[in-house]
Design a protein around this ligand. Sequence first.
Ligand code: DUC
Ligand code: ZN
Ligand code: ZN
Ligand code: ZN
Length: 492
Amino acid sequence: FDYDLVLRGGTLASAAEVFEADLGIRDGVIAAIGRGLRRGREEIDARGRIITPGGLDSHCHIEELGQDGTAQEESFASGSAAALAGGTTSFICFLPQWKGHSLAASAPGYAERARRSRADYSFHQIITDPTPEVLEREVPALVARGIRSLKVFLTYDPLRLTDGEFLQVLATARRLGAMVTVHCENFDAIGWRIQALLKAGLTDPLQHAWSRPPVVEREATHRAIALAELADQPIQVFHVSCEEAAAEIAAARARGVKVWGETCPQYVTLSHDDLRAPDFAGAKAVCSPALRDRAEHARIWRRIQDGTLDVVTSDHCGFSFATAKKAAGSSAYGTGAAVQRPDGTPAFNAIPNGVPGIETRMPVLFSEGVSKGRIDLPTFVRLSSANAAKLFGLAGRKGTLAPGADADLVLWDPDRETTITQSRLHHAIDYTPWEGMAIKGWPALTIRRGEVAMREGEVLAAPGSGRFLPRGPYALAAPSGRVPDGFDAAAV
Ligand code: DUC
Ligand code: ZN
Ligand code: ZN
Ligand code: ZN
């Protein structure tokens, strides 16, 4: 046989075009694309199916280790099963740094835990404490191991950096050719709002959104871009939730700054209405940046359509509703000590931030985007895999339908109408914020490096079958070469 597997007669959708062809796989990579390919040892009839690259979810929190010794409920085995079931074949999650600790001492055994993944994976290194030891010795060693992106927070108490610390991280990334990703919200503004809300007796989940309105995100986005421009370091702004933050990115891009914007399905589908759900169920929709009014959805879609927001990730960060976690909150992704309310539920600020969405990311984007005519198939491919691959040094290997690329593929049934419901999901979290949502277009089959990893909702890939993805130098992470007054402070 010429191929291990041939997908015959499918409609192939790449980042650039849509065409009918056969696709031949050999040794886990795409070997040929064309009409009338010779026989494979196995054949799959792909007529009527749309074939896209497997998803790359470049922002998700999996089995993250807290400084208190706890690990998030979503394990690498469960999170990667959910990923594959939803068409995502690779993801990038986070290596934590605990404040006051070296990178080596933070998250002991995390890389070993990740070996249980069924999907391919890489890491962004979170920097919370940029000591000279971390910046001059540990980060260069990580980059040498192929971990070529850093994540910083401008809010959350044990995680956030000052502007001065952020500049040092930017300069370090500059010297090493690493990408920097940023959570943009103003810490002090949020703290001030929270204190006032609590004092006024306003403690419901909805007030989570009131504590961090769009201006808080816009200000931090503006500041992050300005500092990145000063250091001439490319950045991606994570989870853009509102037009005013997106406008900051668009304005900077227009003057040639290397800044990219990410958004997530929750910011085009969920809203304040979900935070208002009765019986404390609004807690299920607490994430940061916060959900906005429904009117914001159309504005975010416009920024997706004009290319300002060119990557859609899940920001999967699951905390079950039934357990103490979502209800009582001890995570770093919360904003304060719990104020107990008369009914025993905590005030909004103690609810850990995050929604589980690694499995629903691609179906929601396909349904709301492609099926509803907001985006075409190549745009869907760019948003769900191709652009993240370029941004994080995986181009050529992931997010592309071309000979030589990993054979990571999703066969979509574009006409299937179904409903999202918790009972069919594979994650370890006890709810989905998209419960009951009608979806048109569903992944029937996921192929990861040439193997059928999911068929009709059944995950076939075993824990441990995923591979670590080392990332080498790439042009997108290189500086623009423009610094104020021609003086390159980051190079000194
Ligand atoms: N926002 C979330 O909703 N969860 C995890 C961290 C974050 O920034
Ligand atoms: Zn974040
Ligand atoms: Zn501005
Ligand atoms: Zn996140």
